[in-house]
Write a protein that binds this ligand. Structure first.
Ligand code: NAG
Ligand code: NAG
Ligand code: NAG
Ligand code: NAG
Ligand code: NAG
Ligand code: NAG
Ligand code: NAG
Ligand code: NAG
Length: 419
């Protein structure tokens, strides 16, 4: 071991001079410095742990003495081993566990056990022109590596929105001093009015669940030496139907009214967000009766087959797990191309005018749409659902209320009027 090996600031003459003059007398600046890269070292049980120590001095040394002590809270410090020059004197009780190669003061602990956790004190004494000594303390913790956690979901069958609760439990086979954290879509989950955690955070509870709780959940487990994340869990949450809509590939849609050319086949698509997928049914009203014409998300209406020019339909979406349903009404008007073109080409201002004139003879010449007025259901007879419709289909007993008059009424309100 070379002198001044690690002591750059002490190697200057000025430094030495000052030291000798003022500080040596105080026993403070001995010209010996002992340094450790880290005052806390996290070790893995069963593996070797190396406690690095550097020291340096600038005086002429005859003897270099290194001593290692171990202390735990509320116990006497224990002597582990010591050396003078290159000869080591271990405590025979620990001689197989601790290794030092003087003048290198670093200590090797092998294998590391939980009982090895505590403070390790290294003291270096230099015998030269006087005796100098310095020491350092290293805190050692001992842990087991974390194994990959597994998340269990309760109930496994899933939960219905606003009714059911879900509990996620993070299970870890091995690992000590574990800190649990829950992630949703990679971001930490926080406590909220519906989210709660067990005291250790190894259990995460959502009560009640909502659609917003759907996501990719994982459990992150850490300790000072390792961290592991579980596989992604996507809890099953039943919800909906939401946002029921009827759309069509063809035809002109204004509000709930589709205008279709004679001879055109038109495909209607009913959709609503839900889990599990909704069952859809289509209901048609003719005269005073309603009846289910089709099950499934699509309905094709071939206009030739329609006896009357205006038909009211309803699409019903039913979620057979949440037990919730929704329905939307719409009217299909079969019209001639000529009339439709007239409709298409009118600027919005003229429809406003048309609304004003509706019901008056003056409008008849101007507006083909007047033809529709001939089809309102103005009978005033309340419409009752037919008994032929099974209960599982969405029949609410509510009137299928859409008249031709409403067509005109809707037009001016339509902002993004399609070409
Ligand atoms: C240690 O080494 C120094 C220098 O090599 C020597 O003078 C001294 O006697 C040695 N001390 C012991 C106890 O062997
Ligand atoms: C002490 O020994 C360790 C391992 O044997 C080595 O990595 C380290 O560099 C040595 N330290 C010094 C100051 O020589
Ligand atoms: C040892 O110390 C004495 C007085 O403290 C001093 O006179 C002498 O020069 C020192 N020797 C060395 C080698 O530093
Ligand atoms: C869900 O949790 C709430 C509050 O903890 C409780 O009142 C309710 O009974 C739970 N529901 C189910 C289905 O377990
Ligand atoms: C959830 O995970 C799936 C598959 O790993 C991925 O496709 C999806 O985008 C993730 N969702 C979010 C919200 O991160
Ligand atoms: C549990 O998690 C919450 C929020 O993520 C955090 O504030 C708290 O410190 C954690 N508690 C424990 C014991 O880890
Ligand atoms: C519920 O609806 C789904 C389709 O969305 C279907 O596969 C399932 O059999 C239905 N369950 C019951 C009990 O009707
Ligand atoms: C419609 O049904 C109601 C009640 O069932 C009945 O009173 C009424 O006469 C019916 N109207 C027509 C036009 O069939």
């Amino acid at each position: 071991m070379g002198q001044d090996a690690f002591m750059e600031p002490f190697s200057s003459t000025v430094g030495v001079f000052r030291c000798k003059l003022y500080l040596l007398l105080l026993g403070f600046c001995s010209g010996l410095k002992v340094a450790v890269p880290s005052h806390t070292i996290h070790g893995i049980r069963g593996q070797a742990l190396y406690l690095p120590v550097h020291y340096g001095f600038h005086t002429r040394a005859s003897d270099i003495q290194i001593i290692w002590l171990f202390e735990r809270p509320h116990t006497m410090p224990k002597y582990l081993l010591g050396s003078v020059n290159k000869s080591v004197v271990p405590d025979l009780e620990y001689q197989h566990k601790f290794t030092m190669m003087p003048p290198n003061a670093s200590l090797l602990i092998n294998p590391l056990q939980f009982t090895d956790e505590g403070n390790y004190i290294v003291k270096v004494n230099i015998q030269g022109n006087g005796t100098f000594s310095a020491s350092q303390k290293i805190q050692v913790t001992v842990d087991d590596l974390v194994t990959k956690p597994v998340v269990q979901t309760q109930p496994t069958s899933g939960a219905v929105e606003y009714v059911g609760n879900i509990t996620l439990t993070c299970l870890v086979e091995r690992g000590t001093r574990l800190v649990y954290q829950w992630l949703k879509d990679g971001r930490p989950v926080h406590t909220s009015s519906t989210n709660s955690f067990s005291p250790q955070n190894n259990t995460f509870h959502i009560a009640p669940v909502t659609k917003e709780d759907i996501g990719n959940y994982s459990c992150l487990v850490k300790n000072s030496i390792s961290e592991m994340e579980s596989d992604i869990i996507v809890p099953t949450i039943y919800y909906g139907p939401y946002g029921l809509q009827v759309n069509s590939d063809k035809g002109l849609k204004v509000g709930e009214v589709f205008t279709v050319d004679i001879g055109e086949a038109i495909l209607f698509d009913c959709s609503a967000d839900s889990y599990p997928p909704n069952t859809y049914s289509w209901i048609q009203r003719t005269d005073n009766t309603t009846y289910v014409i089709k099950h499934g998300p699509r309905l094709e209406v071939v206009s030739e087959n329609i006896a009357q020019k205006t038909t009211d339909y309803m699409c019903c979406a039913y979620n057979n797990v949440t037990g919730k349903r929704d329905e939307t009404h719409f009217t299909v008007i079969i019209t001639s191309v000529v009339i439709k073109q007239k409709l298409d080409r009118r600027p919005e201002t003229e429809y406003r005018k048309a609304q004003t004139f509706s019901g008056h003879e003056d409008a008849l010449d101007d507006f083909g749409i007047y033809e529709f007025v001939a089809f309102p259901d103005a009978s005033g007879v309340p419409r009752m659902p037919s008994r032929s419709v099974p209960a599982s289909d969405c029949v609410s007993g509510q009137d299928l209320h859409s008249t031709i008059y409403e067509v005109i009424h809707h037009i001016p309100a339509q902002q993004d009027y399609p070409e």
